[in-house]
Design a protein around this ligand. Sequence first.
Ligand code: ZN
Length: 183
Amino acid sequence: MTVRPIRYLGDPVLRRPAKAVVEVNDAIRLLIADMIESMHAAQGVGLAAPQIGVGLQVVVLGMPEEEPFALINPRVTSHSGSRMMDAEGCLSVPGYRGSLNRSVKVTVQALDEHGEPVEIVAEDDLLAEALEHEVDHLNGILYVDHVADLGKLQKLRGTGWVDEDSPDEPSTAAANAGAEGRS
Ligand code: ZN
């Protein structure tokens, strides 16, 4: 497995719609392994293939304390409700986080790493937020596109995930809280 470099805002690969995977084969499983390794190295909770420069519809999700998993050709088949997320971040937009609306309940249909159909239902949690965030990536959409007032993006400093007005010695808890939202 290889940690691959993360592409940042401004890289055109992040804006191109990703192509559907035609066959879930060993090459795709190798890509998934690299993506999980890269997500963990960057301390993210999700990663979409375009974020490492690969224009395919593959995402990985790694919720805290849970086994990471991959979704291939994911589609949001239903979503409902609206909730304000106050600190969403993205590995491709390092050093910032912002407020935006996300659905409360999200249903995604996809293929797993064996090519079997799966359905994921998430409600009012980090996974629901990450599902919408990652599927957006496959459509060339970044969370900042949903932020109404970019002037209100919070700029972070130090490790990148600490509030501007935090004390000089940030607590581990604060750093971890920031890391949970990055995908
Ligand atoms: Zn992202």
